[in-house]
Design a protein around this ligand. Structure first.
Ligand SMILES: Nc1ncnc2c1ncn2[C@@H]1O[C@H](COP(=O)(O)OP(=O)(O)OP(=O)(O)O)[C@@H](O)[C@H]1O
Length: 296
């Protein structure tokens, strides 16, 4: 079979927590084209973040692996930028400086200072944050912080944008605005995106495909749903579109009829601590130096 842009093949992972082995993922296979937008959906604790962390290079798979544009993923790198649920901006740096940090890391050698400045401003404009360049994260709203986090990732021109519930902490209206912005940016830039979400409508609205995961332990991909709704997509029109309603129904059925009973699993505390840690590493998991966790 021909290599795809992003190839996740036979991925499994077993964690070793204080001598107890826990198999989180088993035989996960996903092949993505360049420019594709894929959502991962599944019950809490099934392994969505673990898949993302493996693609990010933050976790090493126990079996199988990830190949991006012909190159095996072995560690974090600026070709895979991560947007976390909680922005992970450096609180002491301005909006501009937060993006600058990432841009300098990737483009210090290839762009002049003036070009970098223009590039930072361009990316903040893409997310409608060019009006607040000199504000600190503490001086802007949650939705604005998330916009800056997205701009920071986009500015690195990653091959793949990895988003872990990027709008999960936002109110419904802000979330809708950011979803629309993301669709516009995606239409303009053609980013390849993997996004974790718990929101069925969000998955259908944004995705080309929805990857639905079975419950763990040993979670895997249960079904993949193609979303062939025409773009650009308008949330109001789609609300009554029979195809949208049908797709939504299929995801709900998967989650609540076919896989409704998540089995008891060890606490997710460890995973959460790891994600928090990587978030604090901040300026970027996006940055090549982020913490890497070895699996058992
Ligand atoms: N570093 C780790 N060490 C041990 N166990 C882990 C680690 N990371 C994840 N796990 C376990 O793997 C399973 C999958 O966790 P993961 O965070 O990937 O799930 P999730 O689907 O993203 O959950 P949620 O939707 O609640 O964020 C959980 O049982 C979790 O406890």
């Amino acid at each position: 079979m021909a290599m795809k842009y992003l190839d996740i093949t036979g991925v499994g992972i077993e964690f070793d927590t204080n001598g107890t082995k826990f198999r989180a993922l088993q035989n996960v296979n996903l092949k993505m084209d360049q420019g594709e937008f894929v959502s991962l959906i599944g019950h809490s604790g099934c392994g969505k973040s673990t898949v993302l962390n493996i693609v990010a290079g933050l976790y090493n798979a126990t079996e199988g692996g990830v190949v991006l544009e012909g190159k095996e993923v072995l560690e974090p790198g600026p070709d895979r930028a991560v947007v976390f649920q909680n922005h992970s901006l450096m609180p002491w740096l301005s909006v501009y400086e937060n993006v600058e940090l990432a841009v300098n890391q990737v483009f210090r050698k290839s762009k002049t200072k003036a070009e970098r400045k223009e590039w930072i401003e361009h990316n903040l404009k893409l997310v409608n944050m060019d009006h607040a360049l000199h504000k600190l994260p503490g001086e802007i709203s949650g939705g604005m912080k998330q916009r800056v986090g997205i701009a920071r990732c986009l500015a690195m021109q990653p091959k793949v944008l990895l988003m872990d519930e990027p709008f999960g902490a936002l109110d419904a209206l802000t979330r809708a605005q950011l979803q629309d912005s993301l669709m516009e940016i995606q239409a303009e830039l053609g980013n390849t995106v993997i996004m974790i979400t718990h929101d069925v409508d969000e998955a259908v609205l944004l995705s080309d495909r929805i990857v639905m995961m079975s419950n763990g332990p040993a979670a895997t991909i249960g079904e993949i749903l193609d979303v062939n709704l025409a773009r650009p997509r308008d949330r109001l029109e789609l609300a009554e579109d029979p195809e949208f309603v049908h797709l939504r129904q299929q995801v709900l059925e998967f989650l609540y009829a076919k896989h409704s009973h998540p089995e008891k699993k060890p606490s997710t505390e460890v995973a959460e601590a790891v994600v928090l840690e990587t978030a604090i590493e901040g300026a970027v998991a996006t940055e090549a130096g982020a913490t890497k966790i070895e699996a058992a």
